[in-house]
Design a binder for this molecule. Sequence first.
Ligand code: FEO
Length: 404
Amino acid sequence: MKAYAISDSVYCLHADVRTNDRFEGIWPIPDGVSLNSYLIRGEKIALVDLIRDWTDAPRQLEEELASIGVKFSDVDYLILNHLEPDHTGWLREFRELSPKAEIIATAKGIKLIEPFYKITQGLREVKDGETLDLGKGMVLQFFETPNVHWPETMMTWEAKSGTLFSCDAFGSFGALGDKVFDDQFSAEEHAFFEKETLRYYANIVSSFSMFVEKAVQKLAGLEIKCIAPSHGMVWRTNPKKIIDLYVTYAGYAKGPGEKEIAVIWGSMYGNTKAGVDAVIKGIEAEGVPCSIRRVPDDDVSYVLADAYKSAGLVLAMPTYEYAMFPPMAYAIDILRRKHVFGKQVLRIGSWGWVGGAKKEYEAAIEPLKWNSLESLEWAGHPGDDSLAALTEKGRELARIVKAL
Ligand code: FEO
């Protein structure tokens, strides 16, 4: 692993983490994730963002620093844009290797260092707009961007190279391998990362969409030549693309989203599944694209990404012990927590000798401001009349989505 030069004084370092472990303990990362750090060299040396001790991330970081002749003990300043442990988990070990390094964060960030890492010395808080002169014309400027992703978050700006070290903002899941810059990846790889960017956004950032918009507005005056996030590729050729994607994703939180329908379904014995198939037939007849996810088989991470993006939802579940099918109850709870608001929604499902999903479902979705079509439920297996009605419901939902 080596460091990648953004300019003659700015380098990207990245640790690729490939693990069965989940990001934040919740979200699967089958294609890994990169933990990016950046080194800025003036007369003094600054390191922007750290790593956690995850797989062999510390060894990768050490090797990349060595590729440009830098040791941890050479670092004068460690800039912590954000204190979440994926970027700070290795802080105590770093402190031992680099006792002289001053650790820099916002006031709120500094407050988190003691409880997490029991470090109280060598800390410096910086204010919004404050600068740090590294010498040789390299000056860092700090901009508070609260709640992207935690309240203490800031971004760091280096004007000479026009690089914005944006931390979680503009990030993605997916390990990078031996390429880091946007112009090094093929169209196919970009398509992969775009899906993983949406999933990362929906899983990690969606609840903070209002703050993403505020941060983008706040930094609009900077002449950004390079977006250098803490996860995912570095955008040196087309930084506008990732900024625009994030603005689009932030907009989904206000609805309606893309003219697509996310079909999320669970079934115990195939009776609800038969209804789902009939609904999909209707959606397809109207020519509206749809994604299909089964719970609990498909992880809620993917369910959330599809639902967050789509203007329409179909939620199909049987009644289970007088209430919602439990994996669907969990999925809806995640949609609520992640602000999947303003959708056009159809709920369907079968029941055995008595219903019950409806009451729990209606209470669960009450805060979500969804426009709900009339639900369709049936006992046991859907008969021909029910199947025809389900197909018509699919068409109705698709027509509403098309007309948005
Ligand atoms: Fe990548 Fe919110 O930490």
